[in-house]
Write a protein that binds this ligand. Sequence first.
Ligand code: HSE
Length: 434
Amino acid sequence: MKPVKVGICGLGTVGSGTFNVLKRNAEEIARRAGRGIEVAQIAQRRPNPQCDTGSTPITADVLAVADNPEIDVVVELIGGYTLARELVLRAIANGKHVVTANKALIAVHGNEIFAKAREQGVIVAFEASVAGGIPVIKALREGLAANRINWVAGIINGTGNFILSEMREKGRTFPDVLAEAQALGYAEADPTFDVEGIDAAHKLTILASIAFGIPLQFDKAYTEGITRLTTADVGYAEALGYRIKHLGVARSTDQGIELRVHPTLIPADRLIANVNGVMNAVMVNGDAVGSTLFYGAGAGQEPTASAVVADLVDVVRAMTSDPENRVPHLAFQPDALSDHPVLSIEACESAYYLRIQAKDHPGVLAQVASILSARGINIESIMQKEAEEHDGLVPMILLTHRVTERHMVEAITALEALDDVVGDVVRIRVEHLN
Ligand code: HSE
């Protein structure tokens, strides 16, 4: 059978990795796919000296790949929203299948892209968009199809996890570690996407849609970054038996879906709390299977290429099948998506870590406890440290049971109004993941 012809758009880190893996493992890949996969055109703006593309035709115009009648599958690896969206929609309109690693594109424009793909009977595959080389989309969409998914929780930004791990293990500063992550090619072009949780929210949006059968709703995801975390809180969390991770949580409740990315205390004895460096991990809890954990490299050249090439193999296997009988893009049949709402952060529920800087007077603890109990907030434990020498203030650290965010915000406002409480109350959510 003739090989399937692929056009790679973007020959940066992931594009060159994809080219190299396709070349190196060509024979194995053809044995799996049933046909060879040939890169018949590459679009690149700048030459990439790390990739020997041999005699493969090169163009500077990505849209020329979408218009090339020779090409069966367009691989979109240029990133961003604008040109990438135009390229993908053009490829679909021209009846080509698409493979993309672009989480921002899928999270923000996925509903439109999948609708157009259905009209044209083509596949849009996006395994590499979430957690790099970990085949978590495939697992969630196919391997766990028997389950009602209860929740998904993941460390899905390698840069953020690298920064938190280095800060905890080596006491390094935030900007120092971020610069290293950028040099290693993990960080997004705009690092605020990594450290403010936007990149993780893109990925969580995709996972939540596939887990719960809801349309993609990135605009409803709550994001809170890691830039304000202090080494003091990292240390107190450790002393209480927890690790702080930048976690994406998607949970199905009777009221709606929680969709949130924020720093989170996780018990140190959970496997996911021990995922360090640039590695990613995603826990999925289903009613039949219980808890599962998927772990691996969430970024990097060949790990991400691994997912792109696996998608290419899937596309080649499915391209001659009836479009109605393929695995749906978002796991559930498009006419069976649910309108269960995504909840605002105020309606989400979690346990909390609070750090209060209090004057060293009798009765402060009683006032704090009374404010919390008046709002039905149950205290799990309290740790009070020695007064700080420089200001005489006593750091008071509390762990609470689960409570809605709305009640916790009210309680924090009341705590901050106390005469004996100085400055802002530090609040970090806690998830036990059991
Ligand atoms: N900037 C992302 C990360 C790259 O650090 O995880 C992979 O999406």
